[in-house]
Design a protein around this ligand. Structure first.
Ligand code: ADP
Length: 571
């Protein structure tokens, strides 16, 4: 490329009209330039001219040009070379070539590469020239508009992405908040409900017993409410995650019905369970959440039925080999539900506003949570009901079929009936020890992990109830240490050639986590470090009794096994 003085012969017409369409003419022949310039100024364009490619590039640096008309044959830089460079630097400018039939090959290549938008031959009819320039400007303006829209779109995409990320962050923060709230609520509730239970076991005047029952029932209502609100918040934050464990379906259903039977009997109602399954009821799923849905539906059936019975029916809908489709139905002989109310009954806070239902209380969250849980299981939920004749709520889910449960069995009564309670909270110590002693068990307290390990070296215990969060050595670390000691002692006995007795053949002290951490993953964490079972605070005395019955059994406790905690038993 020969270097020319780039700024020769640059002049512009009507420079004040910035908004005007600006056209650049590039030709080495002055008479062609001035003829074209006159033509286009007359047509209302702002016209800039340059007598060479390099001079044209300088004009482009300083002005906002929409269309270029360039000659091909010019000294130094050809029109094709000039327009190719413009294409690279200013791709939006619409480039026209006005030339004789020279260098047809180079021009054709430039057209094919998109460097030239249109080729016009000299001499060109003025009207045709103007039509082409007009069209070129329209093309240019369309490109600009497209670009503007693309930029706007990109900006709004960016805004959306930012907003989405902010929402994600907020939802993360919210679920962390829920986790800590869950813990924070459960801890004092443990004190309230536990102490109430202990007081109920003492000598009381009838009046005092009545007051205490009111406290107890309000406390339980509050606990249900707290759990509902937390579940709802979790579902909102998209954190309703399910577990996948193997469990005995029939046992879960029977236990749930049994637990609610007391409530039903108190109202003079009967719960009847039909279990119509042809196959093994061992399935894989989330037993806790299934039980929660059943408890809610049966609880409502009891609540809204002044008399009669509540029927729970579990049936198999389909058998897909590895997976079975199950249908759970809860029908009652209660007050029934109006059609209009039915339509929105699974929405949040959709309590029927009537004097009758206001009597029954409740948060209006129960059925919405049921639906969210069933949705999370990819299932369906629905109802049929007639006012005055009762209701039938049903849900259907698919669960994986499992051949059998692991054949492990808990460490049977090899230890003494003495329990070590490891907990730093004095309220929890009092509650748990009180509940244990009320069941005829001896209970000692260790206020932290270090004390627990020490206590275990001095006395024999049949069971440890282990709080997870404690200052110093927490429950997880303490369990790891206890298990390490067990292995060392066991190996020592083998090398010392001690006779093999029950006590030496892999005896393992049952350790039960007792924690207010009720979020997903907490249970797994406990089992991973070597704990055997898991109880959530506030401690339900019946659940405690079941767990004790399982790990420290006597004839009595085994009879009274009520609500298994659905924990995989690891030995
Ligand atoms: P709540 O916690 O208030 O019971 P739910 O979401 O469980 O909330 O139920 C919402 C409403 O649906 C109840 O207040 C009641 O009006 C109606 N309902 C639910 N189950 C039944 C039933 N088995 N029979 C009659 N009405 C029912």
């Amino acid at each position: 490329m020969t270097q020319q003085n780039p700024v020769t012969n640059i002049f512009s017409t009507d420079t004040n009209m910035v908004e005007q369409r600006t056209l650049l003419l590039v030709d080495d022949e002055d008479n062609v330039l001035s003829a074209l310039e006159r033509l286009f100024v007359r047509s209302g364009y702002r016209v800039l001219v340059a007598n060479s490619g390099p001079a044209g590039l300088v004009v482009l640096e300083q002005h906002d040009i929409g269309v270029i008309i360039s000659d091909q044959r010019m000294p130094g830089m050809t029109g094709v070379e000039f327009l190719s460079q413009v294409k690279q630097q200013y791709p939006d400018i619409v480039r026209l070539m006005l030339s004789g039939f020279a260098d047809l090959k180079a021009v054709t290549a430039a057209i094919n590469e998109g460097a030239i938008y249109r080729f016009l031959t000299k001499p060109c009819d003025n009207e045709l020239l103007c039509r082409n320039v007009e069209e070129a400007f329209r093309h240019f303006e369309m490109k600009r508009e497209n670009q503007r829209l693309r930029r706007e779109l990109q900006a709004s995409n960016r805004e959306l992405t930012d907003a989405f990320q902010a929402t994600e962050r907020r939802s993360q923060a919210k679920s962390e908040f829920i986790a800590s709230m869950s813990h924070a609520f459960r801890t004092p509730m443990n004190g309230v409900l536990g102490m109430t239970q202990l007081l109920q076991d003492t000598q009381l005047l009838p009046e005092q017993r009545e007051y205490l029952e009111a406290i107890s029932s309000s406390g339980h209502q509050l606990l249900t409410l707290i759990s509902d609100i937390l579940d709802d918040a979790k579902a909102e934050a998209g954190k309703l995650e399910l577990e996948s464990v193997d469990f005995d379906l029939q046992r879960m259903v029977d236990d749930t019905a049994k637990l609610l039977a007391v409530q039903a009997r108190n109202k003079g109602l009967e719960i009847i369970t039909h279990f119509d399954l042809q196959t093994s009821p061992i399935v894989r799923g989330d037993p806790t959440r299934l039980r929660q849905v059943l408890t809610n539906l049966i609880g409502n059936a009891i609540k809204f039925s002044p008399e009669g019975e509540v029927i729970l029916r579990v049936s198999q809908r389909e058998d897909l080999g590895d997976v079975i489709g199950l249908r759970f139905e809860v029908s009652d002989t209660g007050i029934g539900i109006d059609n209009a109310v039915q339509a929105r009954i699974f929405e949040r806070f959709s309590q029927e506003e009537s004097a009758t239902t206001r009597v029954y209380g409740g948060s209006g969250l129960g059925l919405s949570i049921c639906r969210q849980l069933v949705d999370a299981m990819d299932g369906e939920i629905g109802l049929s009901s007639e006012l005055g004749w009762g209701s039938c709520f049903w849900f259907a889910v698919q669960l994986a079929r499992v051949a059998s449960l692991p054949t492990s069995s808990p460490a049977m009564a090899s230890g003494p009936r003495r329990v070590l309670v490891v907990d730093d909270s004095s309220v929890d110590q009092t509650v748990v020890c009180g509940l244990l002693r009320a069941r005829g068990l001896e209970a000692d307290v260790a206020v932290n992990g270090k004390h627990a390990i020490e206590a275990l070296t001095h006395k024999d215990y049949g069971l440890v109830l282990m709080d997870c969060q404690m200052p110093g050595m927490d429950g997880y670390e303490t369990t790891l240490r206890i298990r390490e000691n067990e292995t060392t002692n066991h190996e020592k006995r083998i090398t010392d050639n001690e006779p093999r007795t029950d006590a030496t053949v892999g005896y393992r002290l049952p350790i039960i986590a007792m924690t207010a951490n009720a979020m997903r993953g907490d249970r797994e964490r406990c089992l991973r470090v070597g704990m055997d079972d898991y109880i959530v605070k506030p401690i339900n005395p019946r659940v405690l009794q079941t767990v004790i019955g399982r790990w420290l059994p006597t004839g009595d406790d085994r009879e009274s096994t009520l609500a298994p905690t659905d924990i995989g038993r690891l030995i």
